[in-house]
Design a protein around this ligand. Structure first.
Ligand code: PGA
Length: 248
């Protein structure tokens, strides 16, 4: 059986005191032990979160990192810097990174390679925009986004978690229907099967992201090929995030 995962992407939210408060509240919640839980605070809050969550099963992930090992990259953070503060998981390719900070399938290829070489786990995000879905191009768009990963050796997939996030559902309150999510997740598994084999396709964890809330999580997570969620807005409130973790 595949891992069930719920990851909270805090985006550019939570100062030091807010992080402490939210994590304190989260630690008080009863969380389904069979679900792997992650939180992804901003860079400046990572070591604080690692320290505070020590001894708990909740893991800390970063929201981004640079492809280079070190050097003249003002404002950027490397894989070894993340690992130095105890972070071994990184979210790559989030749609806001793609749309606001010009990340492309090509530039992501380098980040993926760096993360894999550094033996980090990565949560690789992708998904189509509204126009692309309206034009019925969503499968082609996702296929092109995934092509970044399909050149990798099969072994690399031990470190990869996928997160399908239709851009039109992120932060909009509009969720993909459970059937739309299932249809895309099944397509993704088929793509993995075609590029590798069926046993790998069965093994890869595929999260859904985009306006997941306590009220819709159960329905979405009940879909056969949906293994959990990448949660934005609802991860900022401990009780909502816990309800989503407990929705399996
Ligand atoms: P949302 O964000 O849950 O607020 O829609 C999801 C994400 O951006 O990962």
């Amino acid at each position: 059986m595949r891992n069930q995962i719920v990851a909270g992407n805090w985006k550019m939210n939570n100062t030091t005191s807010e992080t402490e408060k939210l994590l304190n509240e989260l630690e008080k919640q009863t969380l389904n032990k069979s679900v792997k839980v992650y939180v992804a605070p901003a860079f400046t809050q990572l070591s604080q979160a690692v320290r505070q969550l020590e001894g708990t099963p909740i893991k800390v992930a970063a929201q981004n990192m640079n492809a280079a090992a070190s050097g003249a990259h003002t404002g950027e953070i490397s894989a070894s810097m993340l690992q130095g503060v105890g972070v071994h998981t990184v979210i790559l390719g989030h749609s806001e990174r793609r749309s606001l900070y010009s990340e492309t399938n090509d530039s992501l290829k380098d980040k993926v390679a760096t993360a894999l070489n550094a033996e980090m786990e990565l949560i690789f995000c992708f998904g189509e925009e509204l126009e692309q879905r309206k034009e019925n191009n969503h499968f082609e768009v996702v296929r092109a986004q995934l092509a970044v990963l399909f050149e990798l050796p099969e072994k690399a997939w031990d470190q990869i978690i996928l997160a399908y996030e239709p851009v039109w559902a992120i932060g909009t309150g509009e969720t993909a229907s459970p059937e739309q999510a299932q249809e895309m997740h099944a397509f993704i598994r088929k793509e993995i099967e075609e590029n590798y084999n069926s046993s790998l396709a069965e093994k890869v964890v595929i999260l859904y992201g985009g306006s997941v809330k306590p009220s819709n999580a159960q329905e979405i997570f009940s879909m056969k090929d949906v293994d959990g969620g990448l949660i934005g807005g609802a991860s900022l409130k401990a009780s909502d995030f816990a309800a989503i973790v407990n929705a399996f």
